[in-house]
Design a protein around this ligand. Structure first.
Ligand code: HEC
Length: 152
């Protein structure tokens, strides 16, 4: 870390990298709060970040299927991971996390519910809107990327 402090340019580009690839957020300060089993390298993706990227890929696949007129019926991800995954150092679940996570999970499950009569595209867009709702409260960085999942 001392190395970074000596060179402002490197510190700045490091910070820029950090902001680009994760949420815009405060410095890593609360490391001591959660006991860690795994040692993470700087910038290494957290379990939660990996899970988010898997959800992104899954929903991109759903979008392609729905646009192609298909009816998706598979959900290969364990959405309860939202409640358990370790997050990037310094990030914590806020007090409304439970609410946002549960609302999102219900809407994501509704996309593959073939019994539901409501419009499939609408159900899918509701799930993506719920991704964005949580992100507005906790992690604004990826919102423009998530918006690309919406079906116009
Ligand atoms: C309950 C809140 C919540 C919901 C719902 C949610 N996210 Fe996230 N998302 C987060 C948090 C918090 C992070 C930061 C995780 C970390 O850095 O450990 C994140 C990170 C991300 C990232 C960046 C991952 C990276 O490489 O740093 C992407 C992309 C993302 N989410 C997409 C999505 C998509 C797509 C959905 C819906 C299918 C979604 N998120 C639903 C809270 C949420």
């Amino acid at each position: 870390m001392a190395f970074y402090l000596k060179n402002k340019t490197i510190t700045l580009s490091g910070l820029l990298l950090f902001t680009l690839f994760s949420c815009t957020n405060k410095e890593e300060s609360k490391e001591a709060a959660v006991p860690k089993k795994v040692h993470y390298e700087m910038y290494q993706a957290s379990e939660m970040a990996n899970f988010m990227n898997a959800m992104y890929a899954y929903n991109m696949q759903l979008k392609n299927e729905i646009v192609a007129g298909e009816t998706p019926s598979l959900l290969p991800l364990d959405l309860l991971t939202l409640h358990s995954a370790e997050m990037t150092k310094g990030k914590q679940r806020h007090e409304n996390w439970e609410h946002f996570a549960t609302t999102f999970i219900t809407s994501q499950e509704a996309v593959i519910d073939t019994v539901l009569q409501t419009n499939l595209k609408q159900r899918y867009n509701t799930a993506i809107t719920n991704c964005i709702s949580c992100h507005k409260t906790v992690c604004t960085g990826p919102i423009p990327k998530i918006k690309k999942l919406l079906i116009p």
